[in-house]
Design a protein around this ligand. Structure first.
Ligand code: SF4
Length: 48
């Protein structure tokens, strides 16, 4: 059980649950998203 008054939601404890009952969705940083988009666009061009 997590003490909601103390938890900061950092997600560092998510690996501790053996039943996968705790998960955290992380947002992709914009720089990563843009890099992946450029790679995807490059691959699309190569496949033409
Ligand atoms: S490790 Fe992070 S998410 Fe887990 S209980 Fe502590 S503050 Fe909350």
């Amino acid at each position: 059980m997590v003490d909601g008054a103390r938890c900061r939601g950092c997600g560092r404890c998510t690996h501790l649950c053996k039943r996968d009952a705790f998960a955290m969705e992380l947002r992709q940083p914009r720089i990563v998203k843009n890099a992946l988009r450029r790679i995807d666009n490059g691959l699309t061009e190569l496949m033409k």
